[in-house]
Design a protein around this ligand. Structure first.
Ligand code: PHE
Length: 526
């Protein structure tokens, strides 16, 4: 209102430091007043009522010590006040002076008061030499406090700064002109055009607040996919492109039978021990698998068969019935392969199996009849899901993580088929150079570890494990001898960490994952 009234009478405000506040004699020259004026100017500018230019100026303000001197006087003046006039009282000893004015003031003030010729010695004590003094420091600081500057000039200002009594501040002042919408009315402009304004016609005379098209929009927030889910989707797409069907893998809790026994993993194998596998205590045992299959598996372990000598170790039903958190998705693959072999056993397959054989036609080996037991249909299956291991957790290990697994079943597959498949698969993931190294798995023979040259890391990294499933696993399920199944497994976390440049797995999975990092992570393309 004051800005508008001043502009109305004199059309320009050359220096806002000269604006006077109604009822106050001093102009609004202080730092704080200029900040308040700036707020008012911006509000008027947004309504085109004024335009203004900014000028920079340096002004001075008091430090806490400076403010104390402006109020209570300088140290030297306080020392002088505490003393009696010479010859009119008992002189004050230096020790007494400290008690009267405080250590700091006594120390600093004494020297200056002597130098100014204000005080002197009488015996061992101190007395006033002058009856009245002029406390220049106090007056100077009071002037700076109220005006932000000092008429005495630069030299004194520099001295006060050195004594840490004042600080330089950057200030602003403004030159103000009338804007295109100038008026002396401070009525708030309308922010919305209403139906009422249109019917009554008041819109013609109303002033409207301008839209600020430079304002940043409010960030939209919504659901976002976790990096692991994005990478999972990418890998899933690769499998689907290659004609694979996804296996159901919701059984986080499996029996030791499906996780190990069906895979011909010896019951004494170290991977089955408590320190590697999480066992479930309630319920204490799993439901048994189909009886005759169970017996074939028990026999192949204990005594052998199908051309194998078996493990030749006693079979424990108790071990087989234990419940556990599956340590690999191959537990689910084993279960699915058993279902796939239903027709070969002369049984009706369930709905799952029909779905993942894609209605493939039965294939018949030379010399085989279509008789019961030989109705085999090839299948390509995959899964991407969670597994659990009793690991010591660190930057690269968690107790739960995800496995990607592919399984192909057909007649007369060879190791070359497996290698060929993996080359195509990894190429689709952006890994063109792959190498294979002989390895050992209880359920596959031969087994191969897969290494890929990583273009971003510029080095060979182990990416997976694979092999041809053993006859000791496939034949008890009911597959004919010429049906071979090869499979491979890779981790989901490792390629995701490489893709997103994450070094610590705990930043990817678990309670330490930040929602922001999930929201900000880009879409994935291998
Ligand atoms: N189950 C193996 C693992 O956990 C991966 C694998 C799957 C190996 C299929 C061979 C065949 O590492």
């Amino acid at each position: 209102k004051r800005i508008l009234d001043t502009l109305d009478s004199q059309s320009t405000i050359i220096d806002t430091r000269q604006l006077t506040i109604p009822g106050e004699s001093e102009p609004a020259s202080s730092h704080d007043s200029q900040i308040a004026i700036l707020g008012a100017l911006n509000s008027l500018l947004s309504r085109d009522m004024v335009t203004y230019e900014t000028h920079e100026v340096f002004s001075y303000g008091l430090t806490p010590e400076g403010a104390q001197i402006a109020k209570e006087g300088s140290h030297e003046a306080r020392v002088w006040s505490a003393l009696p006039v010479k010859g009119q009282g008992r002189p004050v000893s230096p020790v007494e002076l400290k008690k009267l004015v405080g250590d700091e003031t006594a120390k600093v003030g004494q020297g200056r008061a002597f130098k100014n010729g204000w005080i002197g010695k009488e015996g061992d004590g101190l007395v006033k030499v002058l009856e009245s003094i002029k406390d220049t420091a106090k007056l100077e600081l009071q002037e700076i406090e109220s005006t932000g500057n000092l008429k005495a000039g630069e030299k004194v200002l520099a001295d006060l700064r050195k004594r840490k009594l004042i600080l330089q501040r950057k200030g602003q002042w403004f030159t103000v002109q009338k804007g295109s919408n100038f008026s002396t009315s401070t009525a708030k402009p309308e922010t919305d055009l209403t139906a009422d304004m249109l019917t009554t016609g008041t819109w013609k005379t109303s002033t409207f607040k301008r839209y600020n098209f430079d304002a940043e929009g409010i960030l939209t927030s919504g659901g976002t996919l976790h990096p692991l889910l994005k990478v999972r989707e990418e890998i899933r797409t690769i499998f689907l492109e290659m004609g694979f069907a996804e296996m159901p893998t919701s059984t986080f809790v499996e029996s030791a039978f499906w996780c190990f026994d069906a895979l011909f993993v010896p019951q004494q194998h170290p991977a089955r021990e408590l320190q590697d596998t999480f066992y479930i205590s309630d319920p204490p045992v799993s439901l048994p698998p189909e009886k005759s299959y169970y017996e074939r598996v028990a026999t192949v372990h204990e005594k052998g068969g199908y051309g194998s000598t078996g493990h030749r170790a006693p079979w424990s039903e108790k071990e087989s019935k234990k419940l556990l958190l599956r340590t690999h998705t191959t537990a689910s693959s084993a279960h699915m392969l058993y279902k796939l072999a239903a027709r070969c056993r002369g049984e009706e397959p369930d709905d799952d199996t029909n779905e993942f054989t894609h209605g493939a036609k039965p294939t018949t080996a030379h010399g085989e009849s279509h008789a019961k037991g030989y109705d085999f249909r090839p299948a390509k299956l995959f899964s991407i899901d969670r597994v659990f291991r009793n690991e010591t957790m660190d930057a690269t290990h968690l107790a739960e993580f995800h496995q990607v697994e592919g399984v192909v079943a057909d007649r007369n597959l060879t190791l070359a088929d497996l290698i060929g498949f993996m080359r195509v698969f990894f190429k689709k993931m952006g890994l063109e150079q792959v190498r294979f190294k002989p390895a050992y798995n209880p359920y596959t023979e031969p087994s191969l570890e897969i290494f890929a040259f990583h273009p971003t890391l510029q080095k060979w990294v182990e990416v997976g494990n694979s092999g041809m499933f053993r006859p000791e696993m496939l034949e008890p399920m009911g597959f004919p001898k010429d049906v071979r199944v090869h499979g491979w497994g890779i981790g989901l976390e490792r390629p995701t960490m490489i893709r997103y440049g994450i070094n610590n797995i705990r930043a990817l999975l678990g309670h330490k994952v930040s929602i922001e990092s999930v929201e900000n992570s880009p879409a994935v393309m291998f």
